[in-house]
Design a binder for this molecule. Structure first.
Ligand code: MG
Length: 163
């Protein structure tokens, strides 16, 4: 890995919405009739941020670090995974500049939860809330996300080499 002063990363994730699961988005439990299906708590937003940070660190992807075949990660809080990724970025001599995200969900409406999600992610990352941005949108009724069968998330990050 080079030692550029700045590095960026991009992350994407999608999880299926299903009944009988709690819904976690950005480390916040959101009241809804369905939750995201996955090996961990299936928090697609935190997974996208993990992948963006791993990309910025030149460290592969979330599946390599936390295989879904490993029982250690069954139903784990994705906040724990993200904390591990933050430590990896720090170990490489970088700190987080900012994180920008998009959550695409037809339901539930996320506007009332955006501030809580922003604060929670900032807390996990160990940065000020102003370094984290959440954009919530629908898929305009199109495709599986639009049919309320899935939630998809994108994240991009900037990391800065420590002085
Ligand atoms: Mg995932």
């Amino acid at each position: 890995m080079n030692d550029f002063a700045y590095r960026t990363g991009i992350g994407y994730d999608i999880h299926r919405l299903t009944e009988g699961r709690k819904l976690f988005i950005g480390g916040v439990e959101i009241p809804y009739i369905k939750g995201l299906l996955g090996h961990s708590d299936a928090d697609a937003l935190l997974h996208a941020i993990c992948d963006a940070l791993l990309g910025a660190a030149g460290a592969g992807d979330i599946g390599e670090h936390f295989p879904d075949t490993d029982q250690k990660y069954a139903d784990i809080s994705s906040a724990e995974l993200l904390r591990e990724v933050v430590n990896l970025v720090k170990a490489k001599g970088y700190h987080i500049g900012n994180v920008d995200t998009i959550v695409i969900a037809e339901e539930p409406k996320l506007l009332p939860f955006k501030k809580k999600i922003q604060d929670r992610i900032a807390e996990i990352l160990g940065v000020e809330a102003g370094c984290v941005n959440i954009k919530a949108k629908t898929n305009e009724g199109l495709d599986e996300v639009g049919d309320k069968n899935a939630v998809a998330c994108f994240a991009t990050v900037l990391v800065i080499r420590d002085a």
